[in-house]
Design a binder for this molecule. Structure first.
Ligand code: FES
Length: 275
């Protein structure tokens, strides 16, 4: 059972903007579509955008998806986020923005947010008549043929999400999760995307502390709290207090909220344990 945020569940049970946008032939508007995913692996998304030509703004957005809870929620979130934006503003949306709008997604479900961002990019590129940087149909550019993932796409997702392991890459774009023959290339790409030389130990601890401080009001609102106990390399040891310590879903709080947030804000390799 996945630990979904309330926002994910709300948008799953009551999806917004599900459906299609037909081109009504209105001269001041254009309708564009972006499609990603494959029926073979279970997730597919078609995004419809209605664009006001003069202002370059998205005035309506709808989606159709074959997908799980996270795919429906991510698609709903995306359509809500883009309405009223110019195309350039919409292009600046990352998969991480979609996940943040949802109050987070389980890491194994992050590929749904990636699918949303890619469908958006495709719809806008289609409207502008721009070819995508690499055509996934071109076998030569593919790193993972099982899931049709190019090296360009891998590098983008790795950098935007600061991924460090092949396992994370699988969670975000599925690459490597089939026959596995691409795993050594994925490792090479991960190694080539090294992030700027890191923080000092003191900077890392300060950043962890600041991030925990920013989470405390949410935990306190539910009668809980968290305190930093120690940091041993990439192991962050915390004390869960009040309701957080005794609550049956304390592991969800620890991993789904605290660990996930620290990985986003501080370092993707951090793990969090309660003492
Ligand atoms: S080629 Fe990537 S998993 Fe098969």
């Amino acid at each position: 059972m996945w630990n979904y945020s309330e926002k994910v569940l709300e948008l799953f049970y009551h999806p917004r903007n599900q459906g299609v946008i037909e081109d009504q032939g209105e001269p001041e508007y254009a309708v564009s579509r972006g499609e990603v995913g494959s029926i073979a692996c279970g997730d597919a998304l078609r995004l419809h955008l209605k664009i006001e030509i003069a202002s370059d703004k998205i005035v309506d957005a709808k989606f159709q998806t074959f997908g799980c809870t996270s795919a429906i929620a991510s698609s709903s979130a995306l359509t809500e986020m883009v309405k009223g934006l110019t195309l350039d503003e919409a292009l600046a949306i990352t998969n991480r923005d979609i996940a943040n709008y949802l109050g987070g997604l389980p890491e194994q479900k992050m590929h749904c947010s990636v699918m949303g961002q890619e469908a958006l990019e495709k719809a806008i590129y289609n409207y502008r008549g721009i070819a995508l940087p690499e055509h996934e149909e071109d076998e030569g550019s593919l790193v993972c043929t099982c899931f049709g993932v190019s090296g360009e796409r891998l590098r983008k997702v790795i950098k935007e999400n600061r991924l460090t392991t092949a396992e994370q890459v699988m969670s975000y774009v599925k690459a490597g999760g089939g026959c596995g023959s691409c795993l050594s290339v994925i490792d090479d790409i991960l190694a080539s995307c090294h992030f700027p030389a890191g923080m000092t130990n003191l900077q890392k601890i300060n950043k962890i502390q600041t991030t925990l401080e920013s989470l405390r009001p949410y935990l306190q609102a539910d009668g809980g709290d968290v305190e930093l106990f120690d940091v041993e390399n990439d192991r962050v040891l915390v004390i869960l207090k009040g309701a957080c310590g005794s609550c049956a879903s304390s592991l969800d709080t620890l991993k789904g909220l605290i660990e996930e947030r620290l990985r986003q804000e501080v370092l993707a390799s951090l793990t969090v344990e309660a003492v």
